[in-house]
Design a protein around this ligand. Structure first.
Ligand code: NIG
Ligand code: FE
Length: 403
């Protein structure tokens, strides 16, 4: 094991859990031993090696806590049907597009082809500064293909330097064969998929698309409760396109995260606040779908809901993989303060994955997942958005990218 010191840091911006807030430290040094931060302070002893940060900004690596990366092909035709054909996401979905458009590809693709696709997506996430990424299955919708998707995540995670946190999402949509007998598909998820996913140990979370036209409140509740019995922690897609009181259910079930929330109502906001359930906002999806009504961040914040932000990277409703871009959208459309945006994309995102003791901030004992920017101030992140802003990415204390 060897030690590494990061010095000549312009400013270190991170959440500090001892004082429960974001901090910006000047004249600070960081010492790493192997894959962990072991010291932070001024004028620290020399280490085995040294990185000169040249007075630039240092932050934790981003934690993207909501993505759907296991698919075969992109769906740019649907993008153009929306922008020039005037169709909505829901209309395209009702006409055979949407999630079901991606199912055939994943069902027919070999595991090795999917592995290579997912691997190159992970390369891009890491290049953009995301050091941990939550990854959902959900383009299989049968037992075999859902298990295959989760095995793909598991295999890429073993091969890739990025950390991938797997989520089972058999409840992403209803397969065509079950369209007139939806409860039988819920039975299949509960009686067959969840037990097999759990026995193979290839998922941490269980997610449900609780939405008008997708999974009802009672179906969602059943799937999440069965998952919990099998050791899968619940999270939810809630109130994305319609207000269906899904956020209230998320609060009642104390899920790890209630995501999207574009159409959340007052009761839902109060319920999330009093239950302490994290709300994950996905402004990239609102933007990419050309919608104008963003999730009510200010209302959520005023009521004390803890907010994470993430990309929702998927082939249909958001092709964005860049967390700096999501930060820019959060600043513009949520009027989010920049320090809050960093906190939401690092510490709170880690919390939504139940990993805030390991990642999400630069603190003693945590993983050395660190970004050295080619920028001086955190305010520059959403401002200089269209070029690679990073000088160096350290993942588990090892340099994996240098500009
Ligand atoms: O989070 N909401 C459900 N799933 C995705 C869309 C997936 C797709 O269109 O392929 C989302 O927006
Ligand atoms: Fe999603």
């Amino acid at each position: 094991m060897s030690t590494l010191k990061l010095g000549n840091i312009g400013s270190l911006v991170t959440y500090d859990s001892s004082i429960k807030k974001m901090v910006s430290y000047k004249n600070i040094e960081i010492v790493i031993n192997d894959d962990k931060v072991i010291d932070i302070g001024e004028n620290l002893d020399n280490a085995d090696s040294f990185i000169d940060c040249k007075q630039k900004l240092v932050t934790p690596g981003f934690v993207d806590c909501h993505t759907h990366p296991v698919f075969l092909d992109s769906r740019e035709d649907e993008f153009h049907m929306r922008v020039s054909g005037g169709l909505s996401y829901e209309e395209i979905s009702n006409n055979g597009g949407g999630i079901s458009n991606s199912i055939k590809g994943v069902k027919n693709a070999s595991e090795s082809l999917l592995i290579s696709k997912v691997k190159s997506r992970m390369d891009k996430f890491l290049f953009l500064g995301t050091t941990t990424v939550e990854c959902k299955s959900g383009y299989g919708l049968d037992t075999k293909t859902e298990l295959k998707s989760l095995r793909v995540i598991d295999e890429v995670n073993k091969q890739h330097k990025i950390d991938m946190i797997p989520t089972f999402m058999g409840a992403h949509d209803f397969p065509k064969e079950f369209i007139n007998d939806k409860n039988s598909y819920v039975d299949l998820i509960c009686d067959e998929m969840i037990p097999q996913v759990a026995s193979q140990g290839i998922a941490k979370f269980n997610d449900v698309f609780c939405e008008k036209g997708y999974f009802s409140l009672s179906q969602s509740e059943r799937i999440l409760n069965v998952g919990r019995k099998y050791g899968l922690y619940p999270r939810m897609h809630a109130d994305e396109f319609h207000d269906s009181s899904a956020s209230k259910l998320a609060a009642d079930l104390k899920v790890a995260s209630a995501d999207h929330l574009m159409k959340i109502n007052c009761t839902g906001i109060e319920a999330l606040a009093s239950s302490g359930v994290i709300g994950t906002l996905l402004p990239g999806t609102t933007f990419f779908l050309g919608k104008h009504k963003y999730a009510p961040y200010k209302e959520l914040e005023k009521n004390g809901v803890h907010i994470a932000i993430a990309t929702d990277y998927n082939p249909g409703s958001c092709s964005i993989q860049s967390m700096p871009f999501i930060i820019m959208l959060s600043c513009i459309y949520f009027h989010m303060n920049i320090l809050e945006a960093i906190k939401s994309s690092t510490y709170i995102a880690a919390k939504s994955l139940m990993m805030e003791n390991e990642i999400g901030s630069i603190e003693r004992g945590k993983k050395a997942d660190i970004l050295v920017w080619n920028l001086s101030r955190v305010e520059e992140i959403p401002y200089f958005i269209d070029s690679q802003p990073l000088n160096l990415i350290l993942k588990n204390g090892k340099s994996i990218f240098t500009a």
